[in-house]
Design a protein around this ligand. Sequence first.
Ligand code: TYC
Length: 124
Amino acid sequence: MDGARTEPLLAAQLPAPRKPELLPDGGSEAVLERVPQKVEPPPLHQVVLLNDDYTPMEFVVMVLQEFFNKDRDTATQIMLQVHVHGRGVCGIYTADIAATKVDQVLKAASHAGHPLQCISEPVD
Ligand code: TYC
């Protein structure tokens, strides 16, 4: 016999629990320092309307008011920017929200029978 124990230890045979160690300040409770979290802001995406020759200007203005919360003057300016320059930014969002906006615009355009195109792209 080498003295190795084969029976399970009874509670009474277990070593007594160690006393919590005293901290240098004499207290026995640890205080965790708050560690500043380094959280990056989410990448942003811009929703861009593209020009075409067929979608009525009024429909584009309505889309900008309805889905991008623009007032009528701002919506008209953005629509004209797209009409003249080929594209225009409707708004800047997180990726999920930008994708939802694109979906809403494409569904509304398709429902109304217009070829209006809308994309989302990362903001640099
Ligand atoms: N070019 C269109 C027209 O002359 C108007 C238009 C503006 C279409 C913006 C799309 O994203 C657009 N009826």
